[in-house]
Design a binder for this molecule. Structure first.
Ligand code: HMG
Ligand code: MG
Length: 311
């Protein structure tokens, strides 16, 4: 029977590294990480952020990262842009090297409390500021992806009203986002909550426009990925080695590990798309997960990374 094609957005070089405490990760390490991921078959990846380095020091140097990486054909190397200032900085770079990226991600959240912490404004204010950013990016020929954070629980205001998730996702699509990624930023969502949230969002938004972004703090992320797939979502954000966390989501750990998603879907009715023999190489991703984790002074946080490496 025909398989359902699943797209992976590899966020390890952005979500994965943005929260690292301690020494600033060198540009060369980020460049090598991204090059390895693309060679392993990843075709959608986040290369960094044009955010304030005072707010998120590890994402300083994203311009140098974009200049340093190999740009493989068919691979989207996207960057997070929080505001007009970030877009201006990106455009200044693209003025001299127009092919460095073809995609930005803009981000907001389902609660005012999270947006205050992450973007220093309310949800309504953030949406208002993002409209001209999304427009200018599209006018320049860039694809725009949107994020809604804290779709299940908010670290500051608790339980989230799924109606707000639906409204915010709809607004991001209305301003031209080709896709909206729904983030369980805290990583404590349970499969039945993901299902309820998606059912609410799908009342107003076609499921083809949605992606799932699950942090794995409570160990439910793979189950949440499967739940999202069963509800028709076909794009999943994941992070090599399970790296990551949001600096404004205290205690939250990394995204679902890319290795763990690949492993869970092997042989199923879902086929992960990629450029390594039509998919993404599981063993390659396991190796990259260990390589980057050891660079950061720890073991790979991926569950399947441990037994597969031992083989
Ligand atoms: P603000 O302080 O309100 O901004 O922060 P401002 O406009 O008042 O500017 C303050 C200073 O920052 C000024 O510099 C600006 O020039 C500078 P100063 O005059 O003090 O020297 N500035 C910038 N510098 C570089 N790049 C910029 C930029 N903008 C202003 N783009 C701001 C507002 C949006 C800048 C700040 O709140 C910010 O950078 N926030 C980003 C937070 C962030 O990156 N969070 C992590 C990503 S989101 C995430 O991880 C969730 C996700 O994974 C999904 C999920 O899991 O849910 C996507
Ligand atoms: Mg995240």
């Amino acid at each position: 029977s025909r398989k359902h094609v699943v797209n992976i957005v590899e966020v390890g070089a952005r979500d994965g590294l943005q929260n690292e405490k301690g020494a600033i990760i060198p540009v060369e390490t980020k460049v090598e990480l991204i090059n390895r991921l693309a060679r392993a078959g990843v075709t959608n990846l986040e290369a960094g952020s044009f955010v304030s380095p005072k707010w998120v020091p590890q994402m300083g140097g994203t311009a140098e990262v974009l200049k340093g990486i190999d740009h493989l054909p068919g691979v989207h190397y996207s960057v997070l842009v929080p505001n007009q200032r970030g877009l201006d900085d990106l455009f200044a770079l693209l003025d001299t090297q127009p092919t460095l990226t073809d995609e930005i991600s803009i981000f907001t959240a389902a609660t005012d409390a999270f947006n205050q912490a992450n973007l220093n404004c309310t949800t309504a204010e953030s949406l208002k500021k993002l409209i001209p950013v999304a427009q200018a990016a599209q006018d320049r020929g860039l694809r725009v992806r949107g994020y809604v954070s804290v779709v299940i629980a908010c670290p500051y205001s608790g339980r989230v009203d799924y109606k707000r998730v639906r409204e915010v996702a709809k607004e991001l699509l209305d301003m031209g986002c080709y896709e909206v990624s729904l983030g369980d930023t805290v990583g404590k969502g349970r499969p039945h909550e993901v299902a309820e949230m998606l059912e609410e969002v799908k009342r107003d938004v076609r499921v083809e426009k949605l992606a799932g972004h699950f942090h794995d703090t409570y160990g439910t992320a793979v189950a949440n990925v499967l739940t999202a797939l069963e509800h028709g979502v076909r794009t999943i954000d994941s992070s090599v080695g399970g790296l990551g966390g949001c600096p404004y989501s205290p205690g939250a750990t990394g995204n679902v590990a890319t290795e763990d998603v690949l492993y869970a879907l092997l042989g199923s009715k879902y086929q992960v798309a990629g450029s390594n023999g039509g998919t993404i190489g599981l063993e390659d991703i396991v190796d990259i997960g260990w390589w980057i984790s050891e660079k950061l002074g720890r073991q790979s946080a991926s569950r399947v990374g441990k037994p597969i490496r031992k083989k």
